[in-house]
Structures are given as C-alpha cells and as structure tokens.
Design a protein around this ligand. Structure first.
Ligand code: NAD
Length: 495
C-alpha cells in the first residue's frame, strides 16, 4: 500500500476501492504492537454499495443459473490457488492475530479442505421427486440459492470462519457481502484477491472492512440482504437477530461456548491430561469450542488438577515466529482487560487461583499476553463457570456419579461442544447422547472434519455450518407441482 494515497482494500462490484470518506484503520500485531498495515475503513454507505452490487449480481440471474458443477470447480481452484500462496496466507493470519505461524498454517489446511469439500458437493442433491399420490402429477422439490448473504466473522479464526460461509454460499449460487473482524482483515483481502483472479463475476463477492456498528450494521438491517450469517459473541449475535427480525431475513448464528471437558477416573490419565491442556490453552483458549470447563471425577481430582497446574505453568508464550512459543497473545489490550476482570470476578466468587492470572514476564510486555490460568474449586454459580471468558482460563469442577457429570456439563446457557474421557464405551456413548452440545468428542478434543455439521444448541446459536446442512443454509427448498393432465376441479361449478 502507498503511504500517501488512501488504501484501496474494499472489494465492491469487482473493483478494489478506497472507503468513500477516505477512512483508514491501522492494524497492529497483538504479539508486539508493531504496525502490520493500514487498510480502508468502510462506512455504512460503502456497505450499502456492496449490498446493491450483490443484489444486482443476484437478480441478473446468470450467477445462480451457472451450473452448480462450475461453481464447485471454482471452489476447487480456490483451494489450489491458496495452496500455492499458503505461506503468504498463513503469515498474514499470524501477523493479524498474533497466533503462532504453525497454528496459522494448520488453519490454512483446514480452509483449503473446506473449499474442497463444498466444491465436491456443489452439484450433489439438486432436488428430489416426491410422490404426490397422483400419477398425472410430477411433484419435485428443487433448491434455490437464498440470495444476497451478509457474512460477519470474528478475529480468532478469521479466514477459517469465513470459509465456512463463503464456500457454501458460492456452491449454492448466492451472492455475498463479507465483513471480517476489523482487527484481522488481511486474509479476507487475500481470499477476495484469489476469487477476483479466478474470475468471480463482478458483484457476486464483495468485501467491506470496518467496525461492526458502522460497516457491519447494514448487513442485518438492509431489506436487500436475504440472509445474515454471523459468527461471534452472544451479545452481538442477539443484537443482529433482533435487527434482522424487522426484515424477516434468514439468520444463522454461530456464537460462543462454555464447553465441558468431562474426565472419568478410568480414562487414560496421560492422554486426558495432555488433552485437557490442549482443550483449554490451544490458541490461548481463543477457540469457541475450547474445553474451558474441566469436570473431573472426585477420586482422581487432586492428582489430575495438580498435574494440570504444573504443566500449565510450563507453557511458553511468544509471538508468531518465536519457535519456542507454545501459545500466543490475546487479540488486544481491551480484550486482555476483559479476561483480567473475568478471572478477578471468578476469584472474588470463591474460586482458587492455582496458576496464571497475570500478564507474564517483562519479555512479553509489548504484547497482549495472558498466562495460562487454572481456577480451582469452582461452583455452578461462579461467574467464571457461567460466562465465556474467551481466554486461556480453565475452571475446575468435580463430580462423583455419571448423572452428576451430565447435569453439571449441561448446566450452562451455551451448547457448542464438549468431551468425555473414559475407557468404558457404554458410559462414553450414554454421556455423549445426554450432553446438550453440538459436537462431542470421546477420548479426544478439538478435531473436526468439514463433512460433519458444526453448530450450537441453546445460546450457542442456530443453524449449522459445514456438512450437508452447511450447504442447505444457503439454499431454499422450493416445491414445484406439475399436473400433466389439467382438469376442472368442480369446486365452483358453472351456474
Ligand atoms: P464480536 O461479537 O465482538 O464480533 C464479531 C463480529 O461482529 C466482528 O466482525 C464485529 O465487527 C461484528 N459486529 C460487532 N457489532 C456488530 C453489529 N452491531 N452489527 C454487525 N456486526 C457487528 O465477537 P469477537 O470478539 O470478534 O469474537 C469472539 C466471539 O466469537 C466469541 O464469543 C467466540 O466464542 C465466538 N466464536 C464462535 C464460533 C462458533 O463457531 N460458534 C467460532 C469462532 C468464534
């Protein structure tokens, strides 16, 4: 980007443009506070322009009429183009988020898999015939694209969360306006560059960068947007659903989680311990499905928690390119202040701070680091157990019976994910079915595959991403009833 001219990082109607008022935002790396870049900051009017472009491109009809197999091919090409530029994508993600490069590289692999999955299923299940009970009738259900989609995404897995929306929207024949988090815009710019170079028709995909209340708001309020798909926090999600209700648009929400990680005494101790660290502290706990509620059987509780604390104290923090680092920073000072307050309130409510609860040593002071934290002796009414802290903080509760483990794990307004650790497969499957959460791991934590649906029960959201349901979110079912032998009905006989 030039230092003098306003950056042109909005992609509207097939062109890279500056914000209409010349506004910009400086993006910094949360690991060291260094400036990454200056990008355009869209106004609400810019977003309205992008919506108009997406509306025109959809209403013209040529994109939705493009054979689904061709749209699928485009997605496969996106994955190939990303593979060629993987290093560039991963470095951009690492600099914006501060996460370790190796984690960003893993995210890029997941993103390519997502594009490939939706590329392959784009032309599957085009519709079905149904039996109307009359041989003269051909009754078919076909699937149409929903239309213009607004997509709003968070900063923790910036391009990954976006790919779960962009890939199925393209597969379904929708057009879209995408607003990533204002804190992490760079992989959004890169993916639109890929789509532009691959010849996505003008107006089909649009990118606006900027703050939620300004650049994002029209995506939930504007009557020309048919669907808003949001991933982010519960408070914002509720606001978006409320505003969207005025135009009765389709709403898909992927919100937060307060995810139980249940460890029975008969589990493989070392694997359960290692994965408890991974569940809570991977990516600094900045994972919607992070296993932040450790619920451990009372007979192994003390030994398990002592070991967890010992191992958590040894986790090395550092920036994206620090090869010794095992975990990175939080996203901003503002976010670190929230995590600090969350831990403080947890301790005030009776939790025991076993480790962490501070910002780390002087070598970390330029970044937004927060030490892996364990809050022991937590009760169901402790705010640290109730609220999503969204940081590297594990709360510890214990149980004696299977029924108690299930009741404790379900005692949350959220329902995104959870895990059960046991060597008894009967227990594992009973508990898995009883948990009111959208993803359950048995003797594992975190893996997911694009073929399987992802989403939340209860306040963790509605709708599903990934899997076949992830494509259905972007399609409307339509029933076409054809009578091949038209006849008078006789309801209103001629008099
Ligand atoms: P956030 O809700 O603060 O922001 C998310 C996005 O919404 C950002 O792009 C923001 O600019 C935008 N936004 C804010 N106000 C808006 C408004 N009024 N209108 C339109 N857009 C608006 O969330 P965050 O802090 O960026 O992300 C962290 C949250 O995301 C956590 O709660 C986490 O659990 C959740 N998350 C959920 C999943 C999932 O799959 N369920 C995945 C990742 C993150």
């Amino acid at each position: 980007m030039s230092d003098t001219a306003a950056p042109q990082s909005l992609y509207i109607d097939g062109k890279w443009v500056a914000s209409s008022d010349g506004g910009t935002r400086t993006v910094t790396c949360p690991a060291d506070g260094e400036v990454v870049d200056v990008v355009s900051e869209a106004t609400a009017a810019d977003t309205e322009k992008a919506i108009a472009a997406a509306r025109r491109a959809f209403d013209e009809g040529s994109w939705s009429a493009t054979p689904a197999a061709e749209r699928g091919d485009l997605l496969l090409k996106v994955a190939d183009a990303m593979a060629e530029r993987k290093d560039e994508f991963a470095r951009a993600e690492a600099l914006d988020t501060g996460k370790r490069l190796v984690e960003a590289e893993g995210d890029m692999d997941d993103i390519m898999n997502c594009f490939r999955f939706f590329g392959k299923i784009a032309d599957q299940h085009p519709g079905r015939l149904v039996d109307a009970g009359n041989p003269a009738v051909i009754s078919q259900v076909v699937y149409e694209p929903v239309g213009v989609c607004g997509m709003i995404t968070p900063w923790n897995f910036p391009l990954l969360q976006a790919s779960w929306k962009i890939a199925p929207a393209i597969a379904a024949g929708c057009t879209f306006v995408f607003k990533p988090s204002e804190l992490t815009p760079h992989t959004a710019i890169l993916i639109m560059d890929v789509l532009d170079k691959l010849g996505l028709p003008a107006g089909v995909g649009n990118l606006v960068l900027g703050a939620g209340a300004e650049a994002g708001a029209p995506l939930s309020s504007h009557p020309d947007v048919d669907m808003v798909s949001f991933t982010g926090g519960l408070v914002t999600g509720k606001k978006i659903a409320e505003v969207a209700s005025h135009t009765v648009k389709k709403v898909a929400l992927e919100l937060g989680g307060k995810n139980p990680n249940i460890v029975f005494a008969d589990a493989d101790f070392d694997a359960a311990l290692d994965n408890a660290l991974n569940a809570g502290f991977l990516d600094s706990g900045l994972v919607c499905s992070a296993g932040t509620r450790l619920i451990v059987q009372d007979t192994i509780r003390d030994r398990f928690v002592d070991e967890l604390v010992r191992r958590a104290e040894g986790i090395v923090l550092g920036g994206p390119f620090d090869e010794k680092a095992e975990s990175g920073p939080l996203i901003s000072e503002e976010h670190r202040a929230k995590v600090t307050d969350y831990v403080k309130r947890g301790v005030e409510a009776g939790a025991t701070l076993r480790c962490g609860g501070d910002w780390g040593g002087p070598e970390l002071e330029k970044g937004c680091f927060y030490r892996p934290t364990v809050l022991d002796n937590c009760t169901l009414d402790n705010p640290a157990v109730i609220e999503e802290g969204f940081g590297p903080v594990i709360t510890v509760e214990s149980f004696s019976t299977e029924a108690e483990a299930v009741a404790t794990a379900n005692h949350t307004e959220y329902g995104l994910a959870g895990a059960v650790w046991t060597s008894d497969r009967g227990v594992a499957h009973r508990v898995s079915r009883a948990l009111r959460h959208g993803t359950i791991w048995i003797n594992d934590y975190h893996p997911y595959v694009p073929q399987a649906e992802w989403g939340g029960f209860k306040a963790s959201g509605n709708g599903r991403e990934l899997g076949h349901a992830g494509l259905e979110e972007y399609r409307e079912a339509k029933h076409i009833y054809e009578n091949t032998e038209p006849a008078v009905t006789g309801w209103f006989p001629e008099k």
